[in-house]
Design a protein around this ligand. Structure first.
Ligand code: MIG
Length: 665
């Protein structure tokens, strides 16, 4: 059951796909009050209530006990103290004494005080917002109804479920070949090599540096032949440079964000002074999307959209002011406060609220300040690309994922969780983020495995990969200034080969479960208590997840740990695997266990009454042999399992492409 309640005059976000009439009467369950132009929605939590959701956010699976702000933010220092990340996913599920879901659909800022100010109070602050209240029998059914409201999740091509290697700093064809050969020589599987901003000419979108990549189409074709796809990055901003066609077209068509008077609003990012395409305007969005053609024509079939919060390093006007200010104190004896003011003048330039207020979009013929619609930018950049792909090659699936997002973007692409750190705490965060993102429709997601910033270590990399083999987007990515972390640079190569190989063994299962979850608006990663609803202990489990219908995982997320404590909410079969071979399985009763987990093995749990198909480890998705599956079973009667065996590229064939297997005990 869905109720819809309107407060103020919200901008259309296009988050929902099903028309929904406004409900009569007041919003149930919440106390609603107005304060300084905002609307406050308050709900008193019972002592044992949990609050789930919020998609890509900081902290645990249960969001209770912290303050969360939906205001898309590019900040690579993801400390526990943060309140915003790159996405705004305003759906929460209160579970406990009463169970219900609420979606706050607004393009602007929303604050979720989930027992932060007062441990028993949930207070959501927004303005100009449509509130959808969803009531069903269970958490899973609430999520299902919500997902029906927001529409079907994006499904990438099958090769995108392989493993991808990335690092900021692969600057030319030689570097890319070196990565390919690193995997090839070490007999490690690989499906994608990512290209970061260095492939471009002077950081210009849709350009290729000819010296570094003399023949990108040839390179792409050659690697594809070997089963490896090149996946370039696309940044939001367009360099201002006379003669650069993309810029010239942008200017001529008026496809840019403006100031309040309608003049182009210059911002500076990687390419220096740039314009932001006004992706909130349908014509501009279409134009921006059509630019991907340049790379599509070169044989590129996958993209990652970056810097689309949008990130702004500075704007020339404000930079000039800052420089003037700094110059004005030259020669003065600065005390700490005065010195901090000087520092602040410069460090406050990026992503500044003033620039967001100054930037304007065209919406319905009117000029609207960016600050009111901030959270929709990355969403619409990705939407533009996806809508264009559908024109370019109808029915073909492309790989596309974005850094910034809002609910609705889940129909057009996946997301990655941005610039995490090579910290054990971020491996744990990665685990906790998965179900929240699933609830909000973002099924094709993953983190930078091994960590993006700071130096990783071999054990962290292995543990992270052992979790990452379960995440739909499986990519090892890092920033340029950290030590190398390609899988083949480490000492224990067998361990890496084993774990990467396991991804491919599990692919028939993971892919089938993913496609089914997407087609049926279901979750792929579930908190334990969503299935074991009567189990009080399950409600407190923050570092174990159900993956699809058959499996439970309990990743090791601590340095030097040789195993971990695991809670089994029911009888399960413990499976230990190495390189696609199961070498031990044992049935454990419901309860708490200490489970040893070696660095080079993958351990998971098969639920009772379920089966798991396995393939042999493969070099890449293209060469995966799904004609010869083996099965792990924990059944006492005949059971069926449907494996998705589509061509891996087309969209319309998916529903009819499941192959049914009948398994005997
Ligand atoms: O300002 O393109 O999150 O994955 O490597 C940094 C360089 C810009 C941020 C992305 C990261 C990428 C990096 N980008």
């Amino acid at each position: 059951m869905i109720g819809k309640y309107r407060f103020g005059t919200p901008f259309a976000t296009d988050a929902i796909v099903r028309e929904c009439a406004l409900s009569k009467g007041a919003l149930p369950r919440f106390r609603v009050e107005e304060k300084e132009g905002n609307v406050l929605f308050s709900y008193t939590l019972d002592k044992k209530d949990c609050v789930f959701g919020l998609g890509e956010q900081v902290r645990g699976i249960n969001k209770r006990g912290w303050l969360y702000v939906s205001y898309n933010e590019d900040d690579p220092e993801i400390y526990e103290s943060r309140t915003s990340l790159y996405g705004s996913h305003n759906f929460i599920l209160v579970s406990g004494k009463e169970t219900f879901g609420v979606f706050f659909d607004t393009a602007g800022k929303v604050t979720f005080d989930v027992g932060y100010t007062d441990s028993d109070e949930l207070v959501v602050t927004a303005r100009d917002v449509d509130v959808y209240l969803i009531e069903e029998e269970s958490a899973l059914e609430i999520v299902h109804t919500f997902r029906g409201l927001i529409g079907r999740s994006y499904i990438p091509p099958k090769w995108a479920f392989g493993f991808g290697q990335s690092k900021w700093g692969y600057k030319n064809e030689t570097d890319i070949r070196e990565v390919y050969e690193g995997f090839e020589k070490n007999n490690m599987p690989l499906d994608m090599i990512y290209m970061d901003i260095d492939y471009m000419q002077d950081y210009k979108d849709f350009s290729v540096n000819k010296e570094r990549f003399p023949d990108l189409p040839a390179l792409s074709a050659e690697l594809k032949e070997k089963g490896v796809y090149l996946v370039p990055i696309i940044d939001a901003a367009i360099k201002e440079e006379k003669g650069y066609t993309v810029y010239e077209e942008c200017l001529k068509g008026g496809y840019y964000c403006t100031d309040a008077q309608g003049k182009p609003y210059t911002v500076a990012v990687w390419p220096g002074e740039s314009l932001l395409p006004d992706v909130l305007d349908p014509a501009s969005r279409h134009w921006f999307g059509s630019q991907y053609k340049t790379l599509l024509d070169m044989g590129i079939e996958g993209f990652w959209n970056d810097m689309n919060e949008p990130a702004i390093f500075y704007s020339p006007g404000r930079l000039a002011q800052a420089i003037d200010y700094v110059a004005s104190v030259k020669g003065q004896n600065l005390d700490t406060h005065a010195y901090n003011k000087v520092m602040g003048a410069v460090t406050s330039l990026h992503n500044s609220p003033e620039d967001y207020a100054g930037l304007h979009h065209k919406i319905g013929g009117k000029r609207v300040s960016h600050e009111k619609v901030h959270n929709l930018y990355g969403y619409n950049m990705t939407r533009g690309a996806s809508e264009y792909f559908a024109e370019y090659a109808p029915d073909r699936r492309y790989l596309l994922f974005s850094r910034s997002s809002y609910i609705g973007a889940h129909r057009y692409g996946g997301i990655w969780t941005g610039d995490n750190g090579s910290w054990w705490s971020h491996l744990k965060l990665n685990v906790a983020q998965m179900p929240g993102m699933d609830m909000c429709g973002f099924l094709f997601t993953g983190a930078d495995l091994g960590g993006h910033g700071w130096d990783t270590t071999e054990d962290l990399m292995l543990r992270w990969l052992a979790f990452g083999i379960f995440t739909p987007l499986m990519r090892n990515h890092a920033t340029y200034w950290v030590r190398p972390q390609e899988c083949y640079v480490f000492k224990n190569k067998d361990a890496f080969r084993n774990i990467l190989g396991m991804r491919y063994s599990l692919l028939p299962y993971l892919y089938s479960e993913f496609v089914r979850a997407a087609l049926n608006n279901r979750m792929l990663f579930k908190p334990l208590c969503f299935e074991y609803t009567q189990d009080e202990r399950a409600r407190t489990v923050e570092d174990q997840l159900l993956v699809g219908d058959s499996l439970m995982i309990a990743p090791v997320v601590e340095q030097n740990a040789e195993g971990r404590y695991v809670y089994l909410p029911e009888r399960m079969k413990l499976i230990r695997m190495k390189a696609g071979d199961r070498y031990s399985e044992s049935v454990l009763e419901k309860g708490e266990y200490y489970i040893p987990v070696a660095l080079d093995e993958v351990v998971f749990f098969l639920r009772e009454g379920k089966v798991l198909p396995l393939a042999k480890p493969a070099k890449n998705v293209k060469s995966l042999d799904e004609d010869h599956l083996s099965w792990i079973k924990f059944i006492s009667e005949e059971t069926t399992y449907d494996v998705c065996r589509d061509d891996g590229f087309t969209l319309s064939a998916l529903e009819k492409s499941f192959m049914r297997y009948t398994l005997k005990p």
